[in-house]
Design a protein around this ligand. Structure first.
Ligand code: F6R
Length: 616
């Protein structure tokens, strides 16, 4: 959740760190800090965004070629300057930056206090600085290892010391840490986005590993063993372009990413469709195809927007295959006493590949004997590496905290998986081909919707002052309703509820009046007649409706009061029912974006949120 960037080399480190912090700010932004060690340690921290840290540094000249910086998302201790990272030991000789949670910090802290250490923050992280100080006898790597052996919990950790101006030490357990390999210099970060400007050669640290970086060398080893070895074979090439992590003229990353969705869908199916055979080929699943074919049950686990994609995956998998499919929130999955028989497949869906709950659920499923697969966007992330096989989204970096293009990409790939498995079962060649034809049309259909973005802006202006919104849909449009509501609430802080339209009469219909607009997702599909009845029930209670409907649906227009401005219809192009969410979600993303913008919200960095949720 928090972001780490660091450097050891010969360049002036300050601009590298500040630039890296800006690229990481989407991960957490309640405070930020930087330390650079030259003759002296130069430590600056500030509450709020990186811009506040820059103000705090002011004209102070930062000198040195060894340093690290952090953006924080608070877990223990409120956002304040003393709680911001980096944290120092008692004498300001060594500094640490920590992502994660130290579960036994109270006990450790008490022991260290009893031994005379002085604490300056309320954080769990600070105990690591004092533990390293306690074990330090000239060998920093060994002190780090001994300190981490005492720690229960999770960490992405970076350590630098005044006595070691050419050395940085990093370690990880359940929190990502990536080395950036340069010439005569090394970088480290929690996130590839902070590195790609400097190098595309990276090494992903594995669980329970640590590394020692010097300008010309790096060594890696297990936290349990004292030997660290150089391992250039671990270096992988990242194909993310730096421009993909920049706004390129858009006012927000979220808007840019919404407009990248035609490309995200194209990238999701590029090279994966076999039109003549009416099926899809997913290379990442080749190694497990026999087990997949033998599977009788799939459990999809994910969080937030990825969970909504999972809900859609269930409909489409059930539609095209004979599999029995369950979807669960990763944070709840772990409490279920599931009986895994041979033939159970667990699919973890995660844009970041680092979401702690999803990662823990995937691990749990694996220990219980399930085949664990991943659907992940960030290459080399923990879920990607810990699952037996999987599929990458290739959606490019998603910087906005609110997911958009990754959702659309996830739903597209879930359709490809369903198509592939369906064709191995009973799905006909004809139906398979029809799905491929419809899939290939999606990018240009999304472009058509995006070309009408001004129409959504007009609607947003009409409704931006409302405080409560209801999102309604049935079947494929139900998860879309959930996703539309999530988008609005997370970036505009307005109350929005997604509901299965059929459930309205069991309670929520009591809420309907002119002050509660209902956003109804009503494409012309198998649930259309029932959805229209729900809209009529809403209208009968004086509710206002914004309908997302299929192009040419005049019947709906005649039910709604569009002409006098009470209601609104936004049309989307016609597609297959199973693909309609990929189109109907786009106007909802735009609506959330414009309403939040009109309300002056900080869209790319909504309060209290972080992009990658690496705590449970
Ligand atoms: C909402 C959003 C979050 C994420 C959730 C899971 O817009 O972005 O709800 O979807 O935190 O994240 P990943 O997909 O990285 O596991």
């Amino acid at each position: 959740m928090c972001g780490i960037i660091g450097y050891v080399g010969s360049q002036d480190v300050a601009p590298i760190l500040i630039d890296g912090l800006k690229r990481l700010e989407y991960r957490g932004y309640d405070s930020a800090g930087i330390v650079i060690i030259d003759k002296e340690a130069q430590l600056f921290r500030a509450v709020g965004k990186v811009s506040n840290l820059e103000k705090r540094i002011g004209s102070h000249p930062l000198v040195g070629s060894l340093g690290m910086a952090h953006t924080r998302w608070a877990t223990h201790g409120k956002p304040s300057e003393p709680n911001a990272h980096p944290h120092a030991d008692c004498h300001g000789r060594l500094f640490i930056i920590h992502n994660g949670i130290i579960e036994n910090f109270q006990t450790l802290k008490q022991d260290l206090l009893d031994e005379g250490h002085t604490f300056r923050s309320e954080t769990d992280s600070e105990v690591i600085a004092h533990l390293i100080e306690k074990y330090y006898d000239g060998n920093l790597a060994e002190a780090v290892r001994r300190a981490l052996a005492r720690v229960d919990g999770t960490f992405g950790l970076a350590v630098i010391h005044k006595d070691h101006l050419d050395q940085a030490i990093v370690a990880r357990r359940s929190s990502p840490l990536i080395l950036g390999i340069g010439d005569g210099e090394h970088f480290f970060a929690s996130d590839v986005a902070a590195l790609v400007k400097h190098t595309k050669r990276v090494v992903y640290l594995d669980e329970n590993e640590m590394a020692v970086l010097t300008p010309h060398h790096f060594t890696i080893g297990s936290l349990d063993k004292p030997d660290l070895v150089h391992s250039s074979s671990r270096t992988v090439h990242v194909d993310w372009d730096i421009t993909a992590a920049e706004k390129q003229g858009y006012s927000h990353f979220m808007l840019k990413e919404i407009f990248e969705q035609p490309e995200a869908v194209r990238n999701a199916f590029r090279g994966r469709l076999l039109p003549a055979k009416g099926t899809a080929k997913l290379g990442g699943l080749d190694s497990v195809i026999d087990r997949l074919q033998a599977a009788h049950r799939i459990i999809i686990i994910s969080c937030g927007t990825s969970y909504h994609a999972g809900l859609l995956g269930r409909y489409v998998l059930e539609e095209l295959t004979d599999l029995s499919v369950e979807v669960d929130l990763a944070s709840e999955f772990r409490y279920r006493k599931l009986n895994f028989r041979y033939g159970t497949v667990v699919l973890g869906i995660s844009q970041s590949g680092e979401t702690a709950d999803t990662l823990a659920a995937v691990r749990e499923a694996q220990t219980r004997g399930a085949l664990a697969l991943g659907l992940v966007n960030v290459v080399g992330s923990s879920i990607a590496r810990e699952t037996s096989a999987g599929v990458y989204n290739h959606a490019g970096p998603e910087i906005s905290v609110a997911s958009t293009k990754s959702f659309i990409s996830q739903v597209t790939i879930l359709t490809l998986i369903s198509l592939m498995l369906g064709r191995l079962q009973k799905l006909s060649l004809r139906d398979g081909k029809a799905i491929i034809t419809a899939l290939e049309k999606l990018p240009s259909q999304i472009e058509t919707i995006l070309s009408n973005a001004d129409e959504i802006l007009r609607i947003a202006k009409k409704f931006a002052d409302y405080k409560n919104f209801l999102y309604l849909g049935r079947k494929y449009s139900y998860p879309v309703a959930l996703e539309g509501a999530l988008k609005l609430k997370e970036i505009s802080y307005l109350h929005a509820e997604g509901y299965a339209a059929g459930e309205m009469k069991h309670g929520p219909i009591a809420l309907i009046d002119r002050q509660l607009p209902s956003i109804c997702i009503v494409p012309r599909d198998s649930s259309y007649p029932k959805m229209v009845s729900n809209i009529q029930e809403t209208k009968a209670r004086d509710g206002r409706v914004i309908a997302i409907a299929t192009q040419g649906d005049d019947k709906l227009r005649s039910i709604l009061r569009v002409e006098d401005g009470t209601d609104e219809i936004f049309y989307i192009p016609e597609t297959l029912e199973i693909l309609s969410p990929i189109l109907s979600v786009v106007p909802l993303q735009l609506l959330a974006y414009y309403v939040a913008d009109l309300n002056g919200c900080d869209i790319d960095k909504p309060r209290n949120l972080a992009k990658s949720v690496t705590v449970e």
